[in-house]
Design a protein around this ligand. Structure first.
Ligand SMILES: Cc1cc2nc3c(=O)[nH]c(=O)nc-3n(C[C@H](O)[C@H](O)[C@H](O)COP(=O)(O)O)c2cc1C
Length: 127
């Protein structure tokens, strides 16, 4: 990836979905389909970060998809992300990035870690 010019990889964007209006039996969205985001896509995003982390070692991965809480962010770190993006959560609470940050700090304190680097990709370690 680095040799192709990438500095980092963001995983993932929205997943294409749709909804149907059962009253008029037509697609609900004007564009017929639309981007699904938020907690519904987190398991897919985590799986993709995990799989890409197995293959790509030379550039950082940025996790995106359903990060609402510090726990979500921590899951992405442990799967292999070096940073996360908060999207949809900002629409319901614009303070989400701050609460995610505070929650990460609390977790690090509880776990006796000076920073989050040991968490990155920890799920891949063989015991
Ligand atoms: C309202 C909205 C607008 C978005 N606009 C863009 C965009 O312009 N370009 C892009 O690459 N992704 C865009 N996305 C996708 C987000 O960057 C993000 O990858 C995706 O929503 C999953 O993260 P989330 O669950 O935290 O929202 C948008 C998402 C939402 C909800």
């Amino acid at each position: 990836m680095a040799e192709a010019g990438a500095d980092a990889i963001v995983l993932i964007n929205t997943l294409k979905g749709m909804a149907i209006d059962i009253k008029n039996r037509r697609p609900l969205l004007g564009n017929i389909t639309g981007g699904l985001s938020g907690p519904a896509i987190k398991p897919v995003a985590l799986r993709m970060v995990y799989e890409v982390a197995e293959a790509v070692k030379d550039i950082p991965l940025i996790g995106s998809g359903g990060v609402m809480t510090a726990n979500d962010a921590l899951e992405f770190f442990i799967a292999g992300a070096s940073a996360v993006q908060v999207g949809t959560a900002n629409l319901s609470d614009p303070h989400t990035p701050l609460s995610v940050l505070e929650g990460i700090k609390s977790y690090l304190q509880l776990e006796g870690l000076a920073n989050f680097k040991p968490l990155i990709g920890a799920a891949h370690s063989v015991s």
